[in-house]
Ligand binder design. Structure first.
Ligand code: HEM
Length: 375
């Protein structure tokens, strides 16, 4: 894959892809331009893929000014300062998950930690009570089965639809409850928000909440697994991080660059536009390869080398511009706490096995086992 992408960057950096009927962008500079220029590259992808799914209230398919207004309703809840208050809760969750496998000498980071932690963190933040989290799990499992196991199987599509409907119905109920009885959580904020002198309607609240719940789960799961795998493949750098915890954030940034969780970011052209010497016509889907941009030798010396001391490291795993991932700080916070806790708890961990989900739709590990020796 990485060799193929290097060739694409050299020879066809802006390329029309017949099967997906979209324009693929491979170089860092071009990807950065597309993601930054919202006036030309719109997020209203429903124009070209009508079956795109839930739309109203879905930030990732909106343009200004509505995008900014809606994002503003919850943005405060995702700033580093607000999230810092969540630190003790996340530490407790990590501890609880690792305590649950304390009697084992082999742990599966994918199943025991990276699937569970983001699900619980995002549910806590949004306000989904612990006993109701099964519905989220069913949606995530259906999505994993579809995107990762068998993207063309119709039965899996039906299962995702069913799980989504169940989740939407559940959130509808929960938001009505919180509208009547607001609490200190994100769903209450959405249910009681006014934007341009009007309340959000039920559909907007439900869609936005569902987006938040789903966007924060499998993506962060990917980061946690990639982080543990990549560090275990680079024992010298792992030892450096163990000895100097100030390097934890740098290590996380480099993992995001080196093994980018979300492969692509999509836009649609508002008009004909020239990019890297090629003209892309209006109303065409544009897919920016975040994996390729993060390995572009025009931007990074030695891009295929994992190096936690890279400086600067303006990786694009969370993209850039007005749609920059709302949960980026949260994902970094979770990864930092998970890594620090693991380093405190285990003096050594040795990789014993791994299995990737078979497709590249979302780079995710299904199994990642380590023999551990406690401190
Ligand atoms: C958007 C990646 C974690 C919420 C995005 C986008 C990417 C991304 C690539 C698309 C941005 C664009 O279209 O330009 C990731 C990765 C994560 C992660 C790699 C973990 C490592 C989270 C978490 C949340 C979250 C924890 C929690 C709520 C969102 C939302 C958007 C978004 C709401 C839409 C933002 C907008 O369109 O304005 N993320 N994400 N993400 N992400 Fe994340």
């Amino acid at each position: 894959l990485y060799t193929w992408m290097r060739n694409a960057r050299d020879n066809t950096p802006v390329m029309f892809d017949e099967p997906s009927q979209s324009w693929k962008i491979y170089r860092y500079e071009d990807v950065h331009r597309v993601l930054s220029d919202w006036e030309v590259f719109s997020n209203d992808m429903c124009r070209v893929i009508p079956e795109h799914g839930f739309t109203r209230g879905n930030l990732s398919t909106m343009d200004p000014p509505e995008h900014k207004q809606l994002r503003g309703v919850v943005a405060q809840g995702f700033t580093p300062r607000t999230l810092a208050q969540l630190t003790p809760k996340i530490e407790e969750l990590v501890k609880e998950l690792l305590d649950a496998v304390e009697d084992r000498d082999e742990i599966d980071i994918a199943r025991d930690l990276s699937y569970q932690l983001p699900l619980n963190v995002i549910s806590t933040l949004i306000g989904v009570p612990r006993e109701d989290r099964g519905v989220l799990q069913r949606t995530a499992d259906a999505q994993l089965a579809l995107t990762c196991e068998n993207p063309t199987n119709g039965d899996f599509v039906v299962q995702v639809q069913k799980a989504m409907e169940e989740l939407q119905a559940y959130i509808k109920e929960l938001s009505a409850e919180r509208r009547a009885n607001p609490q200190d959580d994100v769903i209450s904020k959405l249910a009681t928000a006014t934007v341009q002198d009007r309340s959000l309607d039920e559909e907007e609240v439900v869609n936005f909440t569902v987006l938040l719940l789903l966007a924060g789960h499998l993506t962060t799961m990917s980061l946690l697994g990639n982080m543990m795998l990549t560090l275990s493949e680079h024992p010298d750098q792992l030892a450096e991080v163990r000895a100097n915890r100030d390097l934890v954030p740098d290590a996380i940034e480099e993992v995001l660059r080196y093994r980018t969780p979300v492969p692509e970011g999509g836009r649609v052209t508002n008009r004909d536009v020239e990019l890297g010497g090629t003209v892309i016509p209006a109303n065409k889907m544009v897919l920016c390869s975040l994996i390729s941009a993060n390995r572009d030798e025009r931007k990074y010396p030695n891009p295929d080398k994992f190096d936690i001391r890279r400086d600067p490291n303006p990786q694009l795993a969370f993209t850039t511009g007005i749609h920059y991932c709302l949960g980026a700080h949260l994902a970094r916070l979770e990864a930092g706490i998970a890594l620090n806790t693991i380093l405190d708890r285990y003096a050594e961990f040795t990789l014993t096995g791994l299995e990737w989900y078979p497709t590249y739709a979302l780079c995710n590990l299904k199994r990642l086992t380590f023999d551990v020796r406690r401190t």
